[in-house]
Design a protein around this ligand. Structure first.
Ligand code: COA
Length: 364
């Protein structure tokens, strides 16, 4: 007999690593990254500052900005002829394939991590251009990673408020405890495989709708609902047909995901700077409806908005296309993946979980 309390999925709650990178408190709804509350960090840190905080070696944000700029240009020059060949795939598949073309190494220094993280941004932005039927353009090494990412996608120089919004987004999603893609990266690092393999595997894990694949569908949900009075019927129809509501629920959080509040605040900062986040009010109304209906159906289990719900609204306000949301998540999460890869290499052993055999045995 399988003891279901022990085997919910075989890994629930099992400590697989000691880490000083981040902690998720699901009861209180708190995310700490390197000793800082996510909201505090999200509004104080550029993406380069976040990488400087997360990665070993003591590189400053200014040094990292130079390394990122140079690495964006190099990644573009080396792959600009190949990227159009991947254009028919979903951006996450295209990103996974393109990233796998990078040269591998096993070093844990910021130059190496910047080289690959910068390429993830360039590839993602380039796929967006190709999908929109635009020609590829070269990165600008003098810009910050957030500024150049938005510029490459949108073909226009982003405003200071938009760059700050993208820095808040990338920083806020940079790390989140032992989530599925981070665990994947650590498992690969634990075998002493190379850095590119760690990130390619992590991208594959992030793609799934139960992890990083939800924000695109959240945007589609908001578009289909269209107006708050349609939410009740839409949500009930969806649940009655056996589907889940994207952007709601979380394995760890028993309260609202704190990153949802950070993104709501980031959106209000954009609005104060004159940019209209057209879906904010609708999103708030839909969230209330989802929360109420899910509480009626699952009184035993709190199902509240997670990070993806307001990711959709924030990235939409920054004019990032919906099919690029998951890949944009990877652009930020690469910072955390590499922090964990470095930590695993420095302190960890081969990760080799057990399983409980429930099959048959040979007779006699
Ligand atoms: N919509 C509807 N029902 C949901 C739900 C959602 N978003 N999330 C969980 N549930 C229900 C499940 O159907 C299940 O019901 P059942 O016991 O009647 O079968 C119950 O809650 C428990 O679900 P389970 O899959 O065990 O929870 P989990 O901890 O594994 O799930 C998520 C966590 C995030 C995978 C889940 O909440 C989900 O699928 N959310 C939607 C996808 C999403 O937003 N992903 C991004 C996560 S950051």
């Amino acid at each position: 007999m399988v003891e279901s309390a022990v085997i919910s999925n075989g890994l629930d709650g099992i400590v697989v690593a000691e880490t000083d990178i981040s902690e998720v408190d699901g009861q209180r709804g708190q995310l700490i990254i390197k000793g800082r509350d996510v909201e505090d960090l999200g509004f104080a840190s550029t993406f380069e500052q976040t990488c400087a905080l997360l990665w070993p070696g003591g590189a400053t944000a200014e040094e990292l900005q130079k390394q990122f700029g140079q690495a964006r240009v190099e990644a573009f020059e080396a792959h600009k002829d190949i990227l159009p060949l991947l254009n028919r795939e979903h951006p996450m598949d295209a990103l996974r394939t393109a990233t796998s073309l990078l040269v591998s190494g096993t070093q844990s220094d910021s130059q190496e991590f910047a080289r690959i993280t910068a390429a993830v941004g360039v590839f993602t932005a380039s796929f967006s251009r190709l999908t929109q039927g635009k020609k590829l353009i070269a990165p600008d090494p003098t810009l910050t990673h957030s500024a150049d990412y938005l510029r490459l996608i949108r073909d226009e120089t982003p405003t200071a408020a938009e760059i700050a919004g993208m820095d808040t987004y990338l920083t806020t999603v940079s790390d989140h405890g032992m989530n599925a893609s981070t665990f994947t990266a650590r498992v690969v690092a634990s075998t002493e495989s190379d850095n590119v393999s760690c990130i390619v595997a992590a991208i594959g894990a992030l793609k799934g709708p139960l992890h990083g694949g939800a924000p695109g569908p959240v945007l589609e949900m908001l578009s289909e609902i269209g107006s708050p009075e349609n939410a009740e019927k839409w949500v009930n129809d969806e649940l009655n047909s056996g589907k889940r509501i994207m952007g709601m629920g979380h394995r760890i959080y028993k309260v609202r995901d704190p990153r949802a509040a950070v993104f709501e605040k980031a959106i209000s900062h954009l609005e104060k700077a004159g940019l209209k986040a057209s879906r904010l009010e609708l999103a708030r109304a839909v969230e209330r409806t989802c929360e109420r209906i899910l509480a009626e159906r699952h009184p035993e289990r709190p199902l509240k908005a997670n990070v993806e719900f307001y990711t959709a609204v924030l990235l939409d306000a920054l004019k990032v296309p919906g099919d690029l949301f998951s890949a944009t998540f990877a652009v930020g999460r690469a910072a955390g993946w590499f922090a964990h890869v470095a930590e695993q290499r420095a302190k960890g052993r081969l990760i080799r979980p057990g399983s409980k055999y429930t099959g048959s045995y040979p007779k006699n």
